[in-house]
Design a binder for this molecule. Structure first.
Ligand code: NAD
Length: 255
C-alpha cells in the first residue's frame, strides 16, 4: 500500500488516532498536511513523521473557525498542488443525558464533530473531484449503536455516518469515495479531555474487557491501519461504509 505522490489532510493530528494515522501514512510516503490547534503537540507529530518522509506541512488551525478551514485547503493546494485524501479525525466527547446535557455542551460537540466536518469537506470537494480522491471520517461505535449518558456525542457520530453515506452517493459518479471508521474504545486522551479522571478512565478500560468481544480496548495503530485501507486504492470498490474497528463490540447484545 503506497501513498507516494498523494496529498493527505489529517485533522486532529496533534494526538491520538490522528497522530497514529499521520505516522502510518508517513511510512507509506504520503505528502502530509497535519492540522491541529496545539502547536507544540502538532510539532511532535511532525517530528515523528519526518523520520519517514520530508513531505510534511504543519497547519495550526481550529477546524471550527471558517477562516482556518479555508486556510487549510488553500495552504494544502499551495504546497502540494492537489488534494487526494481528507481524513476528518478532529473530535471531542462529553458525557450527559437528555436531563443533564446543556445546550452549550450540545453546541460544542455538534460544532466540532459535525459542522466542522461538513464545512471542511465542502471546501475540499472540488479538489477531491479533480483528483478522484476520497474521504475518511471518524465516526464511532456510538454512531451505529446507542449508549446512554453520551447523548450529544452519539447523535453527532450518527450524523457523521449519514453525512458519509449521503456524500458517498452524491460524489460516486464523480469518482470520489467517502467512508467512515467506527472505532470502539481506543486508548487516547479523548475521554479524559471529555471529563473522565484517571481513576474513572482506568475503571472504564477494565470494563472494556467485557464490552468488547475481543476482550480489550483497541489501540491507535489498529484504527490507523483501517483508515489507511479505506484511504488507499486497496478499497477502490468501497464507498458509503461504516467500518467497525471495535473488537466486535457492534455485534454484541446484552443477554
Ligand atoms: P484525541 O483527543 O487524542 O484526538 C482528537 C484531536 O482532535 C485532538 O488533538 C484535539 O485537540 C483535536 N481537536 C478537537 N477539536 C478541534 C478543533 N476544533 N480543531 C482542531 N482540532 C481539534 O482523541 P482520539 O481518540 O484520537 O479521537 C479522534 C477521533 O476518533 C474523534 O473524532 C473521536 O470522536 C473518534 N473516536 C475515538 C474513540 C476513542 O475511544 N478514542 C472511539 C471512537 C471514535
Amino acid at each position: 500500500m503506497s501513498f507516494a505522490g498523494k496529498s493527505v489532510i489529517v485533522t486532529g493530528a496533534s494526538s491520538g488516532i490522528g497522530r497514529a494515522t499521520a505516522e502510518h501514512l508517513a511510512k507509506q510516503d504520503a505528502n502530509l498536511v497535519l492540522v491541529g490547534r496545539n502547536e507544540e503537540q502538532l510539532q511532535n507529530t511532525v517530528d515523528l513523521c519526518l523520520k519517514a518522509t520530508q513531505n510534511v506541512l504543519k497547519i495550526v488551525a481550529d477546524v471550527c473557525i471558517e477562516a482556518d478551514a479555508e486556510r487549510i485547503i488553500q495552504e494544502t493546494i499551495a504546497k502540494f498542488a492537489k488534494l487526494d485524501v481528507l481524513i476528518n479525525s478532529a473530535g471531542i466527547i462529553g458525557s450527559g443525558t437528555i436531563e443533564t446535557t446543556t445546550l452549550d455542551q450540545y453546541d460544542r460537540i455538534m460544532n466540532v464533530n459535525v459542522r466542522a466536518i461538513f464545512r471542511l469537506t465542502q471546501l475540499a470537494v472540488p479538489h477531491l473531484i479533480a483528483s478522484k480522491g476520497n474521504i475518511v471520517n471518524l465516526s464511532s461505535v456510538c454512531g451505529i449503536r446507542s449508549f446512554p449518558n453520551v447523548l450529544a456525542y452519539n447523535m453527532s457520530k450518527t450524523a457523521v455516518d449519514q453525512f458519509t453515506n449521503c456524500v458517498a452517493l452524491e460524489l460516486a459518479d464523480k469518482g470520489v469515495r467517502v467512508n467512515s471508521v467506527c472505532p470502539g474504545v481506543i486508548e487516547t486522551e479523548l475521554h479524559k479531555r471529555g471529563g473522565m479522571d484517571q481513576e474513572a478512565y482506568a475503571r472504564f478500560l477494565e470494563h472494556c474487557k467485557k464490552t468488547h468481544a475481543l476482550g480489550r480496548a483497541g489501540n491507535v495503530e489498529e484504527v490507523a491501519a483501517a483508515i489507511a485501507f479505506l484511504a488507499s486504492d486497496a478499497s477502490s470498490f468501497i464507498t458509503g461504509v461504516q467500518l467497525p474497528v471495535d473488537g466486535g463490540r457492534h455485534a454484541m447484545c446484552p443477554r
